[in-house]
Design a protein around this ligand. Structure first.
Ligand SMILES: Cc1ncc(COP(=O)(O)O)c(C=O)c1O
Length: 412
């Protein structure tokens, strides 16, 4: 069969919805400055779907640093991969400051988080090694695991008995191959808001020999006393062998980093294909990241504001009887019972009649019959925003209970 003909008849799980969803449910355009109230299709909406946790995206000092970086250096500098011609003092300064912030000896900058995680996994393990990973891991972990030529075992999400069983299998395997074991999990899971049970994983180091790699994309800047992440929050930052975060969330930018022991970071610097064979992070992004990190360090009120909004939103919704699952982080999922047509109607009603813009998650990400509305609070939301949202959610839940969405009776 011709490949393009096959594509025409199978658009993929998300693409199959594009004919009605594109521009509204998928690829929506949020316009205006990044703040809680933005413009969607010409109307103002209260936005809860940006991972701008600390509100840095539109912080005046950040905006100025981005301008200054672009003015002074342009987007072209440095040219080439770090290893060839694209290194700079500022890249190294950012690495040193990030390492210090997350309390690790050394750090390596990455151009993107997704590509970075895939490539870290690829560089770390060979065919004699075994990967053991959490079942709810982000796509970048899954795709890194897919590249692995050796064995991989998945454990039930955050289930330490399941992890122990898989570590037993992995250990039997590596006893034969002479390889090592890499356990991969997340600090904060971006869908459920659960914290990875990092303490539980580390307790298993008493019985098994393995290294722990943690993707803390949602925990960096939001968790722990200083914002150093979920390891700090759980008091076990030292136990994380390799710590990763993207700049795409709390840092409101592009780029990522991995931090750990000097010898391992040095190995990654010389062996990560995504960095050796790709252009270095542009200078304005490095200058901008230095400013963002400075604000993370020097303005604890950003994280305090975030958590004030998180607590108000989560306790307010729970008081009204909403099911937020087991979140232990700013990620705020609201679980409702309903089918995909209900979900599209709810999203439409929230956006058009209540002016609330949030992300909606349906099967297969959540079980059939469950709808998840996902809210991401930020440091720049207000308690009035929270109140308005809870009132809108109550109205929506009531209509859902009465079956009004299934009857398709909601219009703008
Ligand atoms: C857990 C996790 N890891 C990695 C990534 C990818 O990071 P990036 O957007 O920098 O590619 C994301 C999403 O941004 C994420 O949520």
């Amino acid at each position: 069969m011709d490949l393009f003909e096959k594509i025409a008849s199978n658009r993929g799980p998300l693409g199959s919805h594009s004919h009605y969803a594109h521009g509204y449910f998928t690829f929506p355009k949020l316009e205006g400055e990044i703040k809680p109230r933005m413009i969607f299709r010409g109307k103002e909406v209260l936005t809860w779907s940006l991972n701008n946790y600390l509100g840095l995206a539109n912080h005046p000092e950040v905006r100025q640093a981005d301008i200054d970086g672009a003015t002074e250096y342009g987007m072209g500098l440095p040219m080439g991969a770090r290893i060839m011609s694209g290194n700079s003092n500022l890249h190294e300064q950012l690495e040193n400051e990030l390492a210090e912030f997350v309390m690790k000896p050394d750090c390596l900058l990455l151009n993107f988080g997704y590509q970075g995680v895939v490539s870290i996994i690829d560089a770390l393990v060979g065919r004699h090694d075994v990967i053991v990973y959490d079942a709810e891991s982000h796509a970048c972990i899954i795709d890194g695991v897919r590249l692995h030529a050796g064995k991989r075992f998945v454990y039930t999400h955050n289930d330490m008995a399941s992890l122990e069983k898989q570590l037993e299998r992995a250990t039997r395997m590596t006893n034969e191959t002479g390889g090592g074991i890499l356990v991969i999990t997340e600090g904060v899971f971006g869908m459920s808001g659960n914290q990875g049970d990092l303490k539980g994983v580390l307790a298993l180091k008493e019985k098994f020999s393995f290294r722990l790699f943690v993707d803390d994309a949602h925990g960096f800047g939001t968790m722990g006393a200083t914002g150093a992440g979920t390891g700090e929050e759980q008091g076990i930052q030292d136990g994380i062998d390799l710590y990763f975060s993207t700049f795409a969330k709390s840092m409101a930018s592009i780029g990522a980093f991995v931090a750990g022991p000097e010898s391992v970071i040095e190995y990654l610097r010389y062996n990560m294909r995504s960095q050796i064979f790709a252009k270095s992070l542009p200078m304005p992004l490095v200058v901008g990241a230095l400013k963002r990190l400075e604000l993370l360090r020097t303005k604890p009120e950003l994280k305090d504001n975030l958590w004030t909004v998180v607590r108000a939103l989560q306790s307010g919704l729970r008081e009204k009887g909403f099911n937020l699952g087991t979140t232990k982080s700013p990620v705020t999922p609201v679980f409702l019972n309903g089918e995909i047509p209900d979900a599209t109607q709810i999203t439409f009603d929230l956006r058009e009649n209540h002016g609330i813009f949030c992300s909606i998650v349906v099967y297969p990400v959540v079980p059939k019959g469950v709808i998840m509305l996902r809210l991401i609070p930020t440091a720049v939301h207000t308690l009035e925003d929270v109140r308005e949202t809870i009132t809108a959610f109550e109205a929506v839940a009531e209509k859902l209970d009465k079956g009004l969405y299934s009857k398709n009776t909601v219009s703008a």
